[in-house]
Write a protein that binds this ligand. Structure first.
Ligand code: 13P
Length: 350
């Protein structure tokens, strides 16, 4: 394992106040997001949409790395460039989702285990050869009646650690994503308890499976009340609960934490990340940034809706969300950015 190379990649992914863009929706998920907008659920529509994303002017000033899906790395942009090449030319580091999805876990009703370890060493070698420099694996933890079980958390932690070790062997930085889902009526406190338990076990197993913490990035959920919880806590309480949890569970050797958005509205995701970076400035041993999919993409996808004539407006919306996310990472986000028309402000709509 070349730890120096891994550390360099991780540092580059966390540099300049930038964050990551997840554009690694599986075919099923991409189709699910296209369907309500009337976008055809075809390979070429997915290609056209991802072309819109990677050709967005100035995206690389806000986004350090983009997580792709296997289909995309085998496709070309409208002007005939392989997507990996177009992303590198945009000043963005290309990465790839390598898990095969979360499946029902046997003997654990209501819980999931992520698959994809079989043949992973060979797939990672191919991806490294294609120029990809980091990878992602998502585990899903559900809060509900009597769940998550220790068995589900342990099995997912073990898969995450085996995936991470294989990535590092192949020279790819693993993005380790144990996602505690927002679905449910649980409280913020319950989410905190489950997330803390999940991260404690995940790091215990990562260390035992000899994953170099310096050469990985954690991609967690924020600590939030469930979508159906009657109490929806303000950003300050979310920030305190989230960073306090990480200070107890995430070793200082880990260079960065990059949040998933999990279906939060874009503005709330930015406001909460901003609150964390403001309130805990100078007190966190790791960079605290974003690795959003929906919180960056959703407004742009809705504007595009499959129509070529909407591409410039969709790209402006995508850039705006990337700028707001970067501002939140820097602790410089303000809700005024959502409405500002002043071309000098970072939230400018172009
Ligand atoms: P969301 O930001 O939409 O949660 O997606 C992030 C991601 O990569 C999920 O695996």
């Amino acid at each position: 394992m070349n730890l120096q190379k891994l550390e360099e990649t991780a540092r580059a992914l966390l540099a300049d106040g930038k964050g990551l863009l997840a554009m690694d929706e599986s075919t099923g998920t991409a189709n699910k997001r296209f369907a309500p907008l009337g976008v055809p659920q075809t390979e070429d529509a997915r290609r056209a949409y991802r072309d819109l994303i990677v050709t967005t002017p100035e995206l690389g000033q806000n986004i350090s790395g983009a997580i792709l899906y296997d289909e995309t790395v085998r496709q070309k942009t409208n002007d005939g460039r392989p997507f990996v090449e177009a992303i590198i030319q945009a000043g963005i580091i290309p990465g790839i989702k390598v898990d095969a999805g979360a499946k029902e876990m046997a003997a654990h009703p209501g819980e999931k285990i992520t698959e994809g370890l079989d043949g992973l060493r060979e797939r990672l070698a191919e991806y490294a050869g294609l120029g990809l420099r980091f990878a992602k694996w998502r585990a899903v933890i559900t809060i509900g009646d009597g769940i998550p079980s220790d068995g589900c958390i342990a099995a997912n932690a073990d898969a995450l650690a085996r995936y991470a070790a294989l990535c590092q062997e192949a020279g790819l930085v693993p993005i380790v994503e144990p996602e505690v889902l927002m679905e449910g009526s649980h409280t913020l406190e319950q989410c905190a308890e489950v997330t803390e338990r999940t991260l404690n076990i995940a790091f215990d197993v990562l260390v035992r499976r000899r994953v170099a913490l310096e050469g990985m990035i954690l991609k967690p959920n924020m600590i939030l009340p469930g979508l159906d919880c009657p109490v929806q806590n303000p950003a300050e309480e979310v920030a305190n609960a989230t960073v306090s949890c990480f200070l107890r569970t995430v070793p200082a050797a880990v260079p960065g934490i990059a949040f998933l958005s999990g279906g939060q509205p874009s503005e709330l995701a930015a406001e909460r990340l901003n609150a964390m970076n403001v309130r805990f400035k100078g007190r966190m041993p790791w960079a605290l940034t974003f690795s959003f999919s929906r919180a960056i993409q959703q407004p742009a996808l809705e504007i595009w809706a499959g129509r070529d004539e909407n591409i410039p407006a969709a790209q402006a919306a995508l850039l705006h969300r990337a700028q707001c996310s970067r501002a939140a990472r820097l602790g410089e986000y303000h809700p005024d950015m959502e409405t500002s028309t002043d071309p000098a402000t970072p939230g400018e709509q172009r």
